[in-house]
Design a protein around this ligand. Structure first.
Ligand code: MSP
Length: 512
């Protein structure tokens, strides 16, 4: 892995407010950004909003306002939601930003001059929801496979990008870079698509039908098709912020998307990059869809989960934990409140929360919250617990690098289980009853405080607030994951005073 990592979320359409699906991708990228930073890598993390096109124009019209005013309002909601959720993006881009418009026009000009854009006639089945034409064979019962709505037959003169002439180069690139699209199932889906002849891409809309877009630099009667505009954000934002260092970050570029927008990212985008003379991005990481129980999440079904409501009701970190732990990256998952509460109680309340409060309560009760010396008092069990944390850290890093985020969390929880087992086996509450054993109780609690200190390090990318609360209780500073291996001992000098324990995750009852 290079030292520079560039991570992106999709640019969300401003026709809807942030919900569970947007939040998942954004939280995943935020977690990975925190993880890579903690490992000592130089991260650039970008998110933002996609503001042109039919969909936005229609939504603005429906709410009796101009597309610009409408986009300003919803884009600000996305931004402030991510701010309230502590998302550590480095740049928030809007496709209406000047530098973005300028690069889209520059690339169009270049590709046009190179002869890869031509003017022609086209009729096709158009889905406004997807902002794209569908071939007859892609429709299901004559309807859009994603929105399950009737498509519209649109015939007009437009500009086309010669995507078909890049088909072989794209196949060659995918073969040469077998992990470009991850997980592999999605790469195979793309290779499957590429077994059929690739069509050219219609990249314009006549202003007579849609004026809300970036004007083509070579024909003022047309605006740019929203996908040809939006994908370029990944370059425009990067180069705007990083200037000459742009290519270094671009070499480590990883896009994160859900499977709904696989084709634009896996086919349109790399061929656009080839035509415009840029290297193809490093990875496209594709996750599955969140469903609400058995059904799709939709406004009309009234089952849309809003991140700020979840934060209000259950706290940010438990929502982050659920999203990251419940979904196997790449597969679909189902969100239900029962599953949320069950996981909260099992892993957070009974697991992490209970462990921290037991250790801190014993430390307070027996030693007035002062950590004791462990010197000359350690036993084989202590080394086993330390080894469990070394293993957890190695496994966690391996799984994070492979995007098996839920397994990375599982690896950390194995170390927490090892702490529970250690408490049962060393039984400090029993030893305390024998006066002569009390120094050993001090050593056991010392080891457990070290274990909690490492827990804070390990969970920090996933649950930053909880890591901070844990560190505050232990009165220690943050420690990055770039440390070679967990160093035990040394931090808690005898007499180190802990803060009062607090309950990290009070148990939830159904109906809370
Ligand atoms: N504007 C385009 C993307 C352009 S990128 C240059 C777009 N926007 S969107 O608002 O529809 O966002 C789609 C993305 O939101 C998905 O790819 C995914 O990241 C997230 N999700 C929206 N609903 C989702 C689920 N139900 N489940 C999981 N993620 C989904 O497409």
């Amino acid at each position: 892995m290079t030292d520079r990592v560039y991570l992106t979320t999709p640019l969300y359409y401003v026709n809807a407010e942030p919900h569970l699906g947007h939040t998942y991708t954004t939280v995943v990228v935020d977690t990975l950004a925190r993880y890579h930073r903690s490992c000592g890598r130089d991260v650039f993390f970008m998110t933002g909003t996609d503001e042109h096109g039919d969909k936005i124009a229609a939504a603005a019209h429906a709410s009796d306002t101009t597309p610009r005013t409408y986009a300003d309002r919803i884009s600000a909601i996305f931004r402030s939601t991510w701010d309230t959720c502590g998302i550590t993006y480095d740049h928030f881009i809007r496709t209406t930003d000047d530098y973005h418009v300028a690069l889209v026009q520059e690339i169009l000009e270049r590709v046009h001059a190179a002869g890869d854009i031509y003017f022609g006639d086209y009729g096709g089945n158009y889905c406004v929801g997807c902002e794209r034409f569908y071939a007859e064979r892609e429709l299901v019962d004559g309807k859009c496979p994603d929105h399950e709505t009737e498509t519209e037959w649109i015939k007009e003169e437009n500009y086309f990008f010669k995507m078909s002439s890049y088909q072989d180069r794209l196949i060659g690139h995918l073969e040469k870079h077998p992990d470009m699209i991850r997980p592999a199932g999605y790469k195979n889906e793309v290779l499957g698509l590429l077994r059929e002849p690739l069509e050219d891409l219609c990249i314009s809309r006549p202003k007579s039908r849609l004026a809300w877009g970036i004007e083509l630099p070579f024909d003022e009667n047309y605006v740019t098709y929203v996908w040809f505009d939006a994908l370029i954000n990944y370059l425009s934002g990067l180069y705007h912020l990083k200037g000459e260092q742009g290519p270094d970050y671009w070499a480590g570029a990883q896009h994160f998307i859900a499977k709904d927008i696989l084709k634009p990212h896996a086919v349109f985008w790399p061929t656009m990059l080839m035509a415009a003379g840029y290297p193809v991005y490093h990875h496209l990481n594709v996750h599955g869809y969140w469903n609400m129980g058995e059904s799709k999440m939709s406004k009309s079904l009234g089952n849309v989960i809003r991140p700020l409501e979840m934060k209000e009701r259950f706290g940010l970190d438990s929502f982050r934990y659920f999203l990251l732990r419940e979904m196997a990256f790449g597969m679909d998952s189902s969100f239900t409140e029962d599953a949320f509460i069950a996981r909260f109680n099992a892993d957070l309340s009974n697991g992490l929360g209970n462990l921290a409060s037991r250790v801190l309560a014993m430390q307070k009760k027996y030693f007035a919250g002062r950590v004791q010396s462990a010197e000359g008092l350690t036993e084989a069990l202590d080394a086993e617990l330390e080894a469990a944390f070394v293993t957890a850290e190695t496994e966690m890093k391996e799984h994070m690098d492979n995007l098996a985020i839920h397994v990375a969390l599982e690896a950390v929880w194995k170390a927490l289980n090892a702490c529970d087992k250690y408490i049962v086996e060393t039984a400090p509450f029993k030893l305390w009853k024998e006066e002569s054993q009390r120094p050993r109780v001090g050593a056991i609690l010392h080891v457990l405080c070290d274990a909690l200190r490492h827990t804070a390090r390990l969970i920090d990318p996933f649950m930053p607030e909880t890591a901070e609360r844990l560190r505050n209780m232990l009165s220690v500073h943050p420690e990055p994951l770039s440390l070679a291996a967990p160093a035990w001992g040394g931090v808690f000098v005898p007499g180190h005073q802990l803060a009062d324990p607090e309950s990290l995750f009070p148990r939830l009852d159904v109906g809370d």
